[in-house]
Ligand binder design. Structure first.
Ligand code: HGY
Ligand code: MN
Ligand code: MN
Length: 414
């Protein structure tokens, strides 16, 4: 099977970056345009008709032999976090392309149409809110989404109009008009590295996903009083960084004592940010996730009470802005069972696991049944340049995808 081809594509795409010496490819960036051109060429070689929508999603489509048949959606995201690994997202776009090329080489024409989508934004790095790509593909971007601003103050609206040279409102409407309808679709299947330790522990190359954890993301602002670090006595201070630090330790403590909860303060900025000035303001992110929404919501209540106490005791103002909220999403048992049969054929047994990471399937689940195939990654490491899935494991995933497509075709024929 064409695993060396897939490995080569992953390596080549892994060099398309906005930052020299590391892999960073964010929403509608120059690197994103180069990536779409490269992956679009591979899609064409595999026999797909390629288009790019107005929010930068790359869409390759191949018609089936039965013009009345529905469409199967495959894909994942082409954007990355900063200093990323080369598998997160990209594997789920490139593997279906290689699988379809393999079926073409074998002279197999599927009865149903297949769309392979490279979503332009899943990570939420540039605009601190995730899934702008898949929401844009479905015409679900809201006015609030379009108003989000990046670190340079550029809004989503402006970024889209610069990318597609179209009025954003018209762009959103056009995508909404072109979005597939539920009755047009067989489902959405995403291949993704596990980004966790379970498959490695179970000594399995691949597994299927039962559910995707719900997540809440926030931007917190702590406002105290800047002052002279040398002359301001400790009892008179309103140190915003000390407050944010106490809160961060509290976040970790609440997550540690709540089974299955993960909570992270991932990015933090201090103002004015000078060694001899007491921090006047701190802005930081908060990311809270759990497979059960009730547990996540209860943790958020505890975190709110903690922040209120710290602000009161330290004489600080604090402001919460919710930047993302996704309920936990169940994968389709039927579609997952079909995928599971291909997993069993490829590796003898299947394993079902919950995804702590978010995926584009969260958004697609509002439209159509979803299933996910996880691929073992070394040490469970991801969002890191050392992220790694072996060619052998990617080869198993490739065999699963080809087998799954062939089974779907046989099922259609019945
Ligand atoms: O952050 C996540 O859950 C995913 O990697 N976007
Ligand atoms: Mn990711
Ligand atoms: Mn991902």
């Amino acid at each position: 099977m064409k695993i060396d081809r897939l490995s080569g594509m992953l390596s080549e795409l892994g060099c398309v970056s906005d930052e020299p010496g590391k892999l960073t490819r964010t929403f509608l960036s120059p690197a994103m345009r180069r990536a779409n051109r490269l992956v679009g060429g591979w899609m064409k070689d595999a026999g797909l008709a390629v288009r790019e929508d107005a929010v930068g999603n790359l869409i390759g489509r191949i018609e089936g032999s039965d013009k009345k048949a529905k469409t199967l959606l495959l894909g994942s995201h082409l954007d990355t976090v900063r200093d990323a690994g080369r598998f997160d997202g990209t594997l789920g776009v490139l593997l279906p392309i290689v699988a379809l090329a393999e079926l073409k080489r074998r002279g197999v024409t599927l009865p149903f149409a297949v769309e392979v989508i490279g979503f332009s934004e899943e990570e939420g790095v540039r605009f601190a809110s995730a899934y702008i790509g898949s929401k844009g593909y479905l015409g679900l971007l809201t006015a609030a989404d379009l108003k989000l601003r990046d670190a340079e103050g550029t809004s989503v609206r402006k970024a889209i109009s610069e990318w597609s040279r179209g009025a954003p409102a018209a762009v959103v409407r056009r995508n909404a008009a072109r979005a597939p309808r539920p009755q047009d679709l067989l489902g959405y299947v995403e291949v993704h590295i596990e980004q966790g330790p379970v498959l490695e522990k179970e000594k399995l190359a691949v597994g299927v996903v039962s559910a995707i954890a719900g997540q809440s993301r926030f931007k917190l602002t702590w406002t105290g009083k800047a002052g002279h670090a040398g002359t301001t006595p400790m009892p008179l201070r309103h140190d915003a960084l000390a407050g944010a630090a106490e809160f961060t330790i509290g976040v970790e403590a609440i997550a540690r004592r709540t089974p299955g909860l993960v909570a992270t303060v991932g990015a933090l900025t201090v103002t004015p940010g000078a060694a001899n000035v007491i921090p006047g303001e701190v802005v930081h992110t908060l990311d809270v996730r759990h497979a059960r929404d009730a547990v996540r919501r209860s943790a958020l209540m505890q975190l709110g009470r903690l922040a209120t106490r710290i602000a009161r005791e330290r004489g600080l103002q604090r402001r919460w802005q919710r930047t993302q909220e996704n309920r936990a999403v169940a994968c389709s048992p039927a579609l997952t069972a079909q995928l599971g049969r291909s997993v069993e054929a490829a590796q003898g047994r299947s394993l079902s696991l919950v995804s702590g990471a978010g995926h584009d399937g969260v958004v697609l689940s509002s439209l159509t049944p979803i299933a996910m195939l996880f691929v073992r990654c070394h040490g469970g490491l991801s969002h890191h340049p050392d992220e790694y899935a072996s060619p052998a494991d990617c080869g198993v995933a490739l065999r699963v995808m080809v087998d799954f497509l062939e089974r779907m075709a046989q099922q259609h024929a019945r």
